[in-house]
Design a protein around this ligand. Structure first.
Ligand code: 13P
Ligand code: ZN
Length: 272
């Protein structure tokens, strides 16, 4: 089997196409990364283009030593991933110290991995540990309603979480731990990566105020479903605010009853 036909690459492409269809990826906006499982490795070696060139990571990540990642390239369009995977994706391996990466396949017309590589890798490192190795997907999108809300709601995890939890019961089920929020920051570097990773220790989703959203999941479905749920709640919230504000909202006690009924491991700090 060649790399583009491998099941994990097909799943990656399907998610890119679905995400593009949602309107969350203008131009090259957003990026997606996947940490390979051992069974995914079977295809590597069939079709490699490794040139032996190692590139320094912006920080050492020993947790990711020897890990392989498939991710979108810098400046590449999500809508083009399905048309030409080798040109728009990069398959990289991290060295045995977690200090450098090497391109093994992809970026066939040149380029680099996504400019958000520092955030993707640091979140992968944090999530790999906190999920006992289960987390595989990190996803960044630019969904308009959540971005718009970041101009109106305070840049505070509790305020954002409560606003979205109240929009529909699924929210409490899909992100019972809540979500993190960081105020405006320069994208594409080590600083935003460090701030993001700190919050992703607690949460699976994060608002980058006035920019976009990061999600993590054990599968493509989980990460995509989380983004979808967040943005749907964001859309309802924007509609309510545009209609002049809510006249009734579920109380903290209502949410508590829901959490109890469904036995959700909900973030108590945000319920009280
Ligand atoms: P890349 O094209 O480098 O992935 O950047 C897109 C983006 O959304 C930056 O935050
Ligand atoms: Zn972005």
């Amino acid at each position: 089997m060649r790399i583009p036909e491998a099941p994990f690459v097909r799943d990656f492409i399907r998610m890119s196409a679905d995400a593009w269809g949602k309107g969350w990826h203008e131009r090259n906006g957003g990026n997606l990364s996947y940490r390979l499982r051992s069974e995914d490795m079977a295809v590597i070696g069939q079709d490699p283009r490794a040139d032996g060139k190692w590139v320094e990571l912006t920080r050492n990540l020993p947790e990711l030593a020897g890990e392989y990642f498939l991710l979108t390239g810098q400046g590449k369009y999500m809508r083009n991933v399905m048309l030409d995977p080798p040109a728009n994706l990069a398959l990289i391996v991290i060295d045995q110290k977690g200090a450098r990466y090497q391109l093994l396949w992809g970026l066939s017309q040149g380029g680099k991995p996504s400019s958000e590589l520092p955030s993707h890798l640091l979140i992968h490192a944090i999530k790999k540990i906190s999920s006992q190795g289960l987390n595989r997907v990190v996803y960044h999108a630019h969904p308009a309603n959540l971005i718009a809300l970041s101009f109106v709601l305070p840049p505070d995890s509790r305020d954002f979480t409560r606003a979205l939890w109240s929009m529909m019961p699924e929210c409490l089920m899909v992100f019972p731990e809540g979500l993190g929020v960081i105020p405006w920051a320069v994208p594409g570097g080590e600083e935003i990566a460090a701030r993001s990773a700190l919050l992703m220790e607690k949460y699976n989703a994060l608002i980058w105020s006035h920019h976009g959203v990061f999600c993590a999941g054990n599968s493509f479905d989980e990460a995509f479903g989380l983004m979808e749920t967040l943005e749907k709640a964001g859309e309802i919230c924007v509609k309510i605010l545009s209609m002049g504000g809510a006249r009734s909202t579920p109380s903290g006690q209502d949410l508590r009853r829901l959490a109890d009924a469904l036995r959700l491991d909900v973030n108590d700090d945000f319920l009280t």
